[in-house]
Design a protein around this ligand. Structure first.
Ligand code: AP5
Ligand code: MG
Length: 213
């Protein structure tokens, strides 16, 4: 099963993608996580990506597309995957569609996690992320067992550099301009499913499972 998660920054794409990946035993592929791992390891890609990410802008398609196509070509993606944060522009969606077409394949579901802008900024300031394993927490809604420490791998949790309120506003603007058009793109492909992302995360997950089957 090949699934795309759509939604504004902070809508809960990562939170839901992790649970989907576990339930269906498919990899969770997040371009944001890949970039953050590269930044943490000080790679050339990380240096280039950080500039854009800290400004709340998109990393250019040239850098992003190759990374994603390389990742989904790996063996563990043979039986499907859940993409989180990709595609984010129409050109990215077209590249993915063409690459899948060549394999006689296609995306099965594009799950749109719908959360109004008003809810987003509040969520982001409470988010804490593990840069080692990609786990995400929220200081009020989904706290870790021990404050500041990742339940999964024991690493220190941080507030992401791009979760400052002014950067979040920028990310929302970029989302509406460049990513929201994908809702029409996948509606036309008849694979778009929208869930109400303002519900409790377990309810959102139940709604998604009902769709995926
Ligand atoms: P990326 O890492 O993808 O960030 P994003 O899309 O801005 O999304 P987030 O990770 O911030 O939010 P999310 O929807 O995953 O929400 P989460 O589950 O964490 O990208 C970062 C940057 O990298 C981009 O800005 C760009 O620069 C670059 N980039 C990445 N991919 C790219 C691409 N393809 N092309 C170009 N550039 C790219 O949840 C948010 C918070 O809410 C958490 O604290 C969570 O615990 C909490 N929460 C989740 N669900 C609920 C709920 N139901 N109720 C209450 N709280 C909840
Ligand atoms: Mg995320």
């Amino acid at each position: 099963m090949k699934i795309i998660m759509l939604g504004a920054p902070g809508a809960g794409k990562g939170t839901q993608a992790k649970m989907i990946a576990e339930k269906y035993s498919i990899p969770h592929v997040s371009t944001g996580d890949i970039f953050r791992a590269n930044i943490k390891n000080g790679t050339e890609l990380g240096k280039q990506a950080k500039e854009y990410m800290d400004a709340g802008k998109l990393v250019p398609d040239e850098l992003t597309v190759k990374i994603l196509l390389d990742r989904v070509a790996q063996d563990d993606c043979k039986n499907g995957y859940v993409l989180d944060g990709f595609p984010r522009t129409i050109p990215q969606a077209e590249v993915l569609e063409n690459a899948l077409n060549e394999l006689g394949d296609k995306i099965d579901f594009a799950v749109n996690v719908d959360v109004p802008d008003e809810n987003i900024v509040r969520r982001m300031s409470g988010r804490r992320a593990c840069l080692k394993c990609g786990a995400t927490y929220h200081i009020e809604h989904i706290p870790p067992k021990q404050e500041g420490i990742c339940d999964t791998c024991g690493s220190e949790l941080v507030l992401r550099d791009d979760d400052k309120p002014e950067t979040v506003q920028n990310r929302l603007k970029v989302y509406h301009e460049q990513t929201q058009p994908l809702i029409d793109f996948y509606t036309e492909r008849k694979v778009l499913k929208t869930v109400d992302g303002t519900k409790d995360m377990k309810e959102v997950f139940a709604d998604i499972i009902a769709i995926l089957g």
